[in-house]
Design a protein around this ligand. Structure first.
Ligand code: PEP
Ligand code: MG
Length: 300
């Protein structure tokens, strides 16, 4: 079976009726690129940058980040989407000395930390912008819940860009700026948010947890954690519709993107991109190649 999948290398992610879907890979470090290329993905849909921060005992320097981002961008033929720091929740950074919280998943995490610790955030933005000249870069902000947050994040990105240009440092002119949709709030106002960005990437891991109020780390209620749940699927469909109405593309980068029992549903909604871990790329491609989107009947 594995060998049969290997024969799909070099073939298109195209449905029976000729619809092409982008399949990209999720990575956590430049070392993952080898596996991505071996599995025939052309781009990166989610680079979880927090692993650069979690490896050491102090914040990674601008230089270290720049080198890591540059390496990935140079290695890929297609677009590389790098997500800005997403700590907090289940991902602790000991050296930041963030006090223990009652509800870490509802607490000081991701974009909330970055908009609060602007100096730290700008180091990452500088590294990203400097690396942007080596290929096609997308910058993606995590855990957005309000329109103010995305506006603030974008303003800091613009400010950082101006500062670099003033220093005579080159920055790419065509960086795509996007955001994760992983809170129900973001899904519900995705028509408004779509005016602010070039793309959406749906984080079904968190979206499921927050929609169903089921902690994704709690084994005792794992049976209640279900991305196939109607409420979750309706939110995803709403996001796809709002993205397309605004003329932007929309993908999924949570684990559900690799769930081949959901591929038909996602294609029926009109999803443009799926980003999965490297070992799932060919399996999802195979599934797409067997689907005829004109025959899909969505029951949502
Ligand atoms: C998600 O929430 O679906 C996601 C992709 O982000 P993470 O799993 O890193 O929280
Ligand atoms: Mg998430």
């Amino acid at each position: 079976y594995k060998q049969k999948l290997q024969s799909l290398k070099g073939t298109a992610n195209k449905t029976v009726d000729g619809i092409e879907i982008e399949i990209n890979a999720n990575i956590g470090s430049p070392e993952d690129i080898e596996g991505v290329l071996a599995n025939d993905a052309k781009g990166i849909g989610l680079f979880r940058s927090e692993f650069l921060y979690m490896d050491g005992h102090a914040l990674p320097t601008e230089e270290a980040q720049y080198e890591a981002y540059k390496k990935v961008i140079e290695a890929m033929e297609d677009r590389v989407i790098i997500r800005t720091l997403d700590v907090g929740g289940d991902k602790e950074l000991h050296y930041l000395n963030i006090p223990k919280e009652e509800n870490p998943f509802l607490g000081y995490r991701a974009i909330r930390v970055c908009l609060d610790q602007v100096d730290m955030f700008k180091v990452q933005l500088r590294a990203l912008l400097r690396a942007s000249v080596y290929g096609k870069l997308g910058i993606m902000f995590p855990m957005i819940a309000t329109v103010e947050e995305i506006k603030e994040a974008k303003a800091l990105l613009e400010e950082t860009k101006r500062e670099l240009l003033a220093e005579g440092i080159a920055v790419s002119e065509d960086i795509e700026v996007g955001m994760m949709i992983e809170t129900p709030a973001a899904a519900l106002i995705s028509d408004v948010l779509a005016q602010e960005v070039d793309f959406f990437s749906i984080g079904t891991n968190d979206l499921t947890q927050y929609t169903l109020a089921v902690d994704r780390m709690n084994a005792k209620i794992a049976h209640l954690y279900n991305t196939h749940n109607l409420a979750v699927l309706r939110l995803i469909k709403m996001v796809v519709d709002n993205a397309h109405a605004a003329g932007i593309w929309v993908g999924i980068c949570g684990e559900a993107a690799a769930d081949t029992t959901l591929t038909e549903t996602f294609l029926g909604m009109g999803i443009d991109e799926l980003s999965v871990s490297a070992p799932s790329v060919l399996e999802v491609r195979k599934t797409i190649q067997q689907i005829d989107t004109s025959k899909i009947q969505l029951k949502l």
